[in-house]
Write a protein that binds this ligand. Structure first.
Ligand code: SF4
Length: 328
């Protein structure tokens, strides 16, 4: 591993100063970053350890929740308010990794984890994300786990997080700070589609630190769920996953709907066309099927992953039927 300087920060402004003007990375649980450093894919000159920064889950003045960036994934999944008000977030985190990894991994690190595309980790392979301009061996190679939505000719990788898919369905916001000040970015805009620059996973600017993620108060009378489909029962990344939040009026029509998909794109995929199609309609089997079909019109499967389309259709339909409370 390439030698690096190590700093430990006690506050966000101190961390930002320590990382400024250097090829620096912030170190949370290190469950992805340290692997990448061992493989020589990440080669920072400076590591700023941010595990001593605040790690609380607190109520916002608007009734939502604010989760500090250094909060461990286990603490989020086990938090009573999250389990009561945003159960899909707890379920997504518990579906995401082993207990040992959840105990180490932080919320900010979860947002920053990089694709698990095997070619990205293989220094002998061509990979535009690792070495811009070198090509993409996955496009014509083994791409069973790769994207069917939003990919580009330069990269067909998927984002690996479960937690972020739930946060996308919860309209979460990412809070950032840097020497230039603070800013907030909607989670659905935080991760990028690959385009011509797959080396950039997020809209994070040089030296910016994730200080927190906030979730607005859950709209009244909504139900939510997260379902992950994978090759084996545990310790596997999603083939597809579905996070959904649905509210029904007393007459049975949908007055709130958020659906996000994981395992299918370079970022958590908010199914906005599906949502627009369902809003104001009764949650029927036909309406669900039609809305899913509309969203999937943009899908472009690769040589090995056309199976994701029917899998995603069936999983989404099952989750929405579950949220209809047996009305279908
Ligand atoms: Fe690299 Fe993306 Fe291609 Fe994988 S899909 S080899 S990460 S460029």
């Amino acid at each position: 591993m390439k030698p690096f300087a190590y700093h430990r920060a006690d506050a966000a402004d101190q961390a930002v100063k320590q990382a400024a003007h250097a090829n620096a990375r912030y170190l949370g649980g290190g469950t992805n970053l340290v692997d990448l450093m061992r493989e020589g894919i990440e080669q920072p000159d400076v590591l700023v350890d941010i595990t001593a920064l605040p790690h609380e889950i607190s109520r916002t003045s608007e009734g939502g929740l604010r989760i500090d960036g250094a909060t461990r994934n286990t603490a989020v999944a086990a938090n009573l308010e999250i389990r009561r008000e945003f159960p899909l977030l707890s379920r997504a985190i518990l579906a995401g990794a082993s207990a040992q990894i959840r105990n180490m991994a932080t919320v900010a690190g979860n947002l920053m984890q990089r694709t698990r595309c095997a070619y990205f980790y293989d220094q002998a392979a061509a990979c535009n994300k690792r070495v811009p301009g070198s090509g993409c061996d996955a496009a014509g190679g083994f791409n069973r786990m790769h994207a069917i939505l939003g990919a580009s000719a330069d990269c067909v990788a998927t984002h690996p997080s479960d937690m972020c898919v739930a946060l996308a369905a919860l309209d979460a916001t990412v809070h950032l700070c840097s020497e230039d000040g603070d800013r907030a970015v909607p989670l659905v805009e935080f991760h990028r589609l690959p385009g011509e620059h797959p080396e950039r996973d997020t809209v994070l600017r040089e030296g910016e630190l994730i200080t927190a993620v906030s979730i607005p108060a859950a709209p009244g009378h909504t139900r939510s769920s997260y379902r992950k489909v994978r090759d084996r029962a545990s310790y596997a990344f999603a083939l597809v996953s579905v996070a959904a939040v649905v509210g029904l009026s007393t007459d049975g029509t949908i007055n709130h709907v958020r659906v996000a998909w994981g395992g299918v794109a370079h970022k958590p995929w908010r199914a906005t066309r599906l949502e627009a199609e369902l809003l104001g309609k009764p949650l029927t089997t036909d309406a669900i099927a039609q809305a899913i079909e509309l969203e999937l019109q943009a899908a472009v499967p690769l040589s090995d992953n056309a199976f994701k389309l029917p899998l995603l259709q069936r999983t989404t339909a099952a989750v929405l039927a579950e949220l209809a409370g047996g009305a279908l």
